[in-house]
Ligand binder design. Structure first.
Ligand code: HEM
Length: 398
């Protein structure tokens, strides 16, 4: 799943490499070798312009005019040479602040990042959310609420202890807050400013950012808690294959046997753990700017294992400016969050309106025994065996 996501993002971000200008066809004689209108337009279209004809043109100390002559103090560089050196990050800059990005005064990838963030990210992310809600609505109309088929017993069985429910709600509550405030940060300028105006949005944005930054710790804690408490119950086994082959019985209205968590839930669990971890790591990189750089190293690994080649991405860049690391962290953080939000919307549906009796598991922690027998038959037998009660249908030994 992660690999597919990575491929998707990299394809979108780096497809521009494929449209790089064909240098041979470009004639810059009219500008005396300087960039042309076509160079500028290509950059504005988001294409990668091969710009060594400019980035190498940063002055030549060997050709420096004598100190007594004009330009002598610039060491052989004209003003445009100097600006090019600043732009292409080769100027010898001293800054009073020694942070990793302090000496990068101009950064090329910024525009590409901004237009991707404002364009495809918001558009397709929004479609994914609306599409998921629409699919769930259609599913509800076709299938209706999944009812408890058999006669209710009136007896309950403990499904989750308080600490498990606490971990779940810590994770769920924080995720919902992070989702809403994240969407405000990403889409607010586009959708909230026109409705509420700048002043009101400034207030909403400041609070959103504060909540987003601080609630992230609760999410990470919740993630660790449910991982530790439930990982053993979520290891795949043979019952999952049978469960999946029957599509969980959702459409056939049958009840394939399942342990504490069925295969569908295991998929949810691992999506939450893996995507949640990825969101957390990139979130930390954004929270502590320029301290956690992982993309150049990841790209190097993808290149050396041949994964980027197999995915048709070619050689990925292994030298990234500090800002580029941050920009990729932001994009990855948002893309993976969109995917997880879509998955979680489906989870919330099935854990509440979608299935009779499911919510109690996380509400009171006690579920109707008949519900448990229908959805987690093997688990019920295990619990009963521990309590010393014979499984239903078993005849007593003579
Ligand atoms: C209002 C929101 C939510 C409701 C009503 C809800 C409900 C539930 C219920 C009833 C269960 C237990 C199912 C069972 O007994 O088998 C459960 C389990 C679980 N929940 Fe939630 N949940 C919500 C939000 C979330 C969120 C936001 C996350 C993660 C970001 C999450 C992650 C999980 C996981 C990993 C499990 C265990 C696997 C599973 O049952 O699918 N939940 N939830």
């Amino acid at each position: 799943m992660l690999r597919v996501l990575l491929a998707l993002m990299l394809t979108i971000v780096f497809t521009s490499t494929a449209t790089a200008q064909d240098e041979a066809t470009l004639d810059r004689s009219a500008t005396g070798g300087a960039q042309t209108l076509e160079d500028i337009l290509a950059r504005q279209r988001g294409e990668v312009v091969e710009d060594s004809f400019r980035s190498n043109l940063v002055g030549n100390p060997d050709a420096a005019a004598d100190i007594t002559n004009q330009l002598g103090t610039l060491g052989g560089a004209s003003d445009p040479d100097l600006w090019r050196a600043l732009r292409f990050d080769s100027a010898d800059i001293t800054a009073s602040n020694n942070g990793p990005a302090a000496t990068v005064l101009m950064q090329d990838g910024g525009m590409r990042w901004l237009s991707f963030r404002e364009g495809p990210l918001i558009t397709y992310g929004g479609y994914l959310m609306i599409g998921t809600l629409a699919l769930l609505a259609v599913f509800f109309l076709i299938r209706g609420r999944i009812r408890i088929d058999g006669e209710k017993t009136g007896r309950t069985i403990e499904r989750f202890k308080w600490i498990e429910r606490f971990g779940h709600w810590l994770l769920a509550g924080s995720f919902i807050l992070l989702g809403i405030t994240g969407l405000v940060s990403l889409m607010g300028r586009k959708f909230l400013i026109p409705t509420f105006g700048h002043d009101a949005f400034a207030f909403i944005a400041v609070w959103s950012k504060w909540i987003h930054n601080n609630v992230s710790w609760a999410f990470m804690l919740g993630l660790i808690m449910i991982f530790v408490m439930w990982v053993l119950h979520n290891l795949p086994d043979r019952t999952d294959i049978k469960w999946l082959m029957q599509g969980g019985g959702i459409f056939t209205k049958s009840h394939p046997p399942a342990k504490k968590f069925n295969a569908g839930q295991k998929l949810i669990f691992w999506s939450v753990i893996l995507l949640g971890a990825s969101i957390s790591v990139t979130g930390l990189a954004l929270l502590f700017p320029f301290e956690i750089n992982m993309f150049a190293a990841t790209f190097a690994k993808l290149n050396s294992f041949g994964i980027s080649g197999a995915l048709g991405l070619g050689e990925l860049p292994t030298v990234l400016a500090p800002h580029e690391e941050m920009q990729l962290a932001q994009l990855w953080h948002a893309i993976v969050s969109f995917v997880l939000m879509a998955i979680v919307l489906a989870h919330i549906y099935i854990g509440s309106v979608g299935m009779e009796g499911a919510y109690d598991a996380m509400g009171s922690g006690e579920v109707e025994e008949q519900w448990a027998r229908e959805h987690h038959s093997i688990w019920v037998d295990e619990v009963k065996a521990k309590e010393g009660v014979a499984p239903e249908g078993a005849s007593p030994a003579e």
